[in-house]
Write a protein that binds this ligand. Structure first.
Ligand SMILES: [Cu+2]
Length: 108
């Protein structure tokens, strides 16, 4: 195989890898506190810290990839989560980890 052919194959492989990255979207990690669990819309309202390269700290709703994630958290839980941004800019929580559960008993 000539060097030119090897180079073409290498470039093609790089291109395939890069294009699959684009399809997967961008990923971000963030930390926040759960304010509300919205089962019907499969969303969590979170007061999150700054998300590097995406946005500053704010309170907002995030859709979860799997409804089972909603039962993993409680109101007041501090979580570390992975956000996936698709091509349209839609954000979805694809993974979450509880850092701390609030010990406070919710007042009725
Ligand atoms: Cu935000």
């Amino acid at each position: 195989m000539t060097i030119a052919k090897k180079f073409i194959i290498f470039i093609s492989m790089m291109f395939i890898m890069l294009s699959s990255f684009t399809v997967m979207g961008k990923e971000y990690t963030a930390k926040g506190t759960v304010n509300a669990i919205k089962s019907e819309s499969k969303k969590l309202n979170i007061s999150h810290g700054p998300v590097k390269g995406l946005m500053g700290a704010m309170k907002m709703d995030f859709k979860v990839a799997d409804p089972a994630m909603l039962s993993e958290v409680s109101i007041g839980s501090t979580i570390k989560f992975t956000l996936d941004e698709d091509k349209k800019g839609n954000l979805t929580i694809t993974d979450l980890e509880i850092i701390e559960n609030s010990e406070k008993v919710m007042a009725e």
